[in-house]
Design a protein around this ligand. Structure first.
Ligand code: B12
Ligand code: SF4
Length: 490
């Protein structure tokens, strides 16, 4: 009989610790926890009453409470996989519980993950987790699609599972230990709602499509708005109002299903909720005046655009259907509608050389981009580029796959590229720009820029810590098919 279930979201390099810095930045000490795993916890709570989740993004794990669970579900992306494996090893030593992994990294890399657990459930867990619990409870074979386990040393894969169509679960955020307290305490934790899964495009580095599929699956607009209301309520403080009244719709490509996006926007407008929003989308959204008008009316203050590269050959290199000139036109039209643009950039393409930071900074300034995320390209197992480029990886220490340079780019040395990211961040988030934001931005953008200023400081600190290792690499790196030989003469 299953009596107790625990869910765990591992942290990556720094599990949560209480710190004054939490007030300003979420990156180093505090992060938004996984709404995907809270969703699964909510589903399971309906079957087994003693169900609770821990996330190292916002608390330490109470292992005494975890050890006597019957099943422990652990969720991993690439950046927190190593920590997840360590937690699983510790649990194995101290507990009889069945350990089950899931999430993007476990699904796309199950031959690695299965070495640390009893089962991996691949893909979306919304339905498979229920089937799994019933199978364990009734002692029936766990042979339905989407399961990985080991039998006599051999890895058994029961096959690919159909993805769930009904994803209308509203996560019960109270099931995540410590969340209610911290969500109210810190403006750095934002209300998050994930409204659709998957994307029809085929960018070759994208793990999202490999995991969630190349078709958009959506929640009903009514369900999305009900979730938004709950998320806002959950983060609401009693006495001192929040400074960052922004809901982050965490979808990867919001307006791809145009009709649905319009219905969601209309539903938000109809609800009368007075709040700000941000969401990720592709540049094509910038050519859709109807959607942009509705977004403005609904309260969207920004669109996070996956700009990624600044030259057309890089788009081609990674099968990204974009062009520099279309992106610039799109940004202008989005801003014309009164919505700001955040730029998501990837460096490390073949064409990138010393000076890529200047190119990004100039682009950001010329186009009035008000915030950025700059990451180095990383090839993760399960993506199309991984097999083609895995020889270019410096290491496969997943802990470092959080924005650091982890490969040998063609025309710039790894430490030089890392330095370029640091330089771009420093220039975009300079003290001069901070003062400008404080003096000239509207209130909400001012608050966001101040938060990001500290966040980027913390990001740069991490990047600098890795710089020494990258400099010390003594490399005579030969790619198997001898594309090039790289000499690192530092
Ligand atoms: C919101 C978000 C964040 C938030 C919150 C992250 C979080 N804890 O969920 C924040 C801002 C903290 C964040 C930060 C980062 N993120 Co992020 N983030 C996302 C985003 C956009 C949405 C996450 C989400 O809600 N997904 C939807 C839910 C439904 O999916 P899910 O959580 O995976 O859960 C489902 C399944 O995977 C499965 N499942 C999950 N766990 C388990 C467990 C079991 C046992 C089972 C059975 C099933 C199962 O079932 C769930 C329901 O169907 C994703 C993109 C994406 N589409 O996932 C990127 C993404 C996860 N992030 C990514 C990255 C790289 C980062 C950063 C490193 C960025 C950076 N340079 O700083 C940091 C690292 C943070 C850290 N911990 O250090 C990558 C990860 C790539 C990879 N291969 O792992 C993604 C995929 C973005 C991308 N386009 O590549 N991120
Ligand atoms: S558009 Fe974005 S989500 Fe879609 S495949 Fe490309 S990178 Fe992935």
């Amino acid at each position: 009989m299953i009596k107790k279930i625990r869910f765990i979201e591992p942290g990556n390099f720094s599990p949560y610790k209480k710190s004054f810095a939490n007030i300003f930045t979420y990156n180093k000490y505090i992060k938004n926890p996984s709404t995907g795993l809270i969703t699964l916890t909510t589903i399971v709570k309906n079957i087994i009453n003693d169900t609770l989740m821990y996330s190292e993004s916002i608390s330490e794990i109470d292992f005494e409470d975890v050890y006597d669970a019957d099943i422990i579900f652990i969720s991993i992306n690439t950046f927190n996989a190593v920590r997840g494996y360590k937690i699983a090893k510790d649990i194995k030593k101290n507990s009889e519980a069945i350990i089950v992994f899931g999430g993007m990294h476990a699904s796309l890399n199950y031959t690695e993950t299965i070495e640390y657990c009893d089962y991996v459930l691949t893909g979306d867990g919304d339905e498979s987790i229920v089937e799994y619990i019933y199978a364990v409870e009734n002692n029936t074979p766990i042979d339905f699609p989407g399961v990985i386990y080991k039998q006599e040393g051999k890895i058994i894969n029961t096959g690919k599972r159909e993805q769930p169509e009904n994803i209308d679960t509203i996560p019960n955020r109270n099931l995540l230990y410590n969340y209610a307290k911290l969500a109210k305490r810190y403006d750095t934790l934002w209300p998050q709602v994930h409204a659709s899964r998957g994307c029809p495009h085929n960018c070759s580095y994208c793990a999202v499509i490999q995991h969630f599929g190349r078709r958009i699956r959506t929640r009903t607009p009514e369900n999305v708005v009900a979730d938004i209301k709950e998320a806002i309520e959950f983060h609401k403080r009693k006495f001192i109002p929040r400074l960052t009244n922004v809901v982050w719709i965490t979808d990867d490509n919001f307006a791809e299903n145009r009709e649905w996006a319009i219905s969601v926007l209309n539903e938000i407008i109809k609800s009368g909720i007075k709040y700000y929003y941000t969401v990720q989308a592709r540049y094509e959204i910038g050519f859709d005046d109807e959607i942009l008008d509705l977004m403005k009316k609904a309260g969207f203050i920004e669109l996070a655009l996956g700009i990624e590269f600044l030259d057309d050959s890089s788009f081609k290199e990674f099968n990204k259907k974009s062009s520099y000139s279309d992106i610039v036109k799109s940004i202008k039209n989005i801003q014309k509608h009164g919505i700001g643009v955040r730029g998501l950039f990837i460096v490390g393409a073949e064409n990138d050389t010393i000076g890529i930071s200047d190119k990004i900074v100039k682009f950001v300034e010329d186009n009035n981009i008000h915030g950025v995320l700059i990451q180095s390209m990383f090839f993760t197992p399960g993506t199309l580029v991984y097999d083609q480029n895995k020889d270019l990886l410096i290491h496969q220490n997943w802990e470092k796959y959080d924005g650091n340079v982890v490969h040998y780019p063609k025309n710039i040395k790894p430490h030089e590229l890392q330095q370029e990211i640091i330089t771009a961040s420093r220039k975009i988030y300079s003290v001069k720009k901070l003062i400008h934001a404080i003096l000239h931005y509207k209130f909400i953008n001012k608050v966001l820029f101040i938060g990001e200023f500290f966040w980027h400081m913390s990001v740069r600190k991490n990047l600098k810590e890795e710089l020494k290792y990258l400099k010390d690499l003594s490399v005579e790196y030969k790619i198997k098919d001898a594309k090039f030989v790289m000499q690192n003469n530092t």
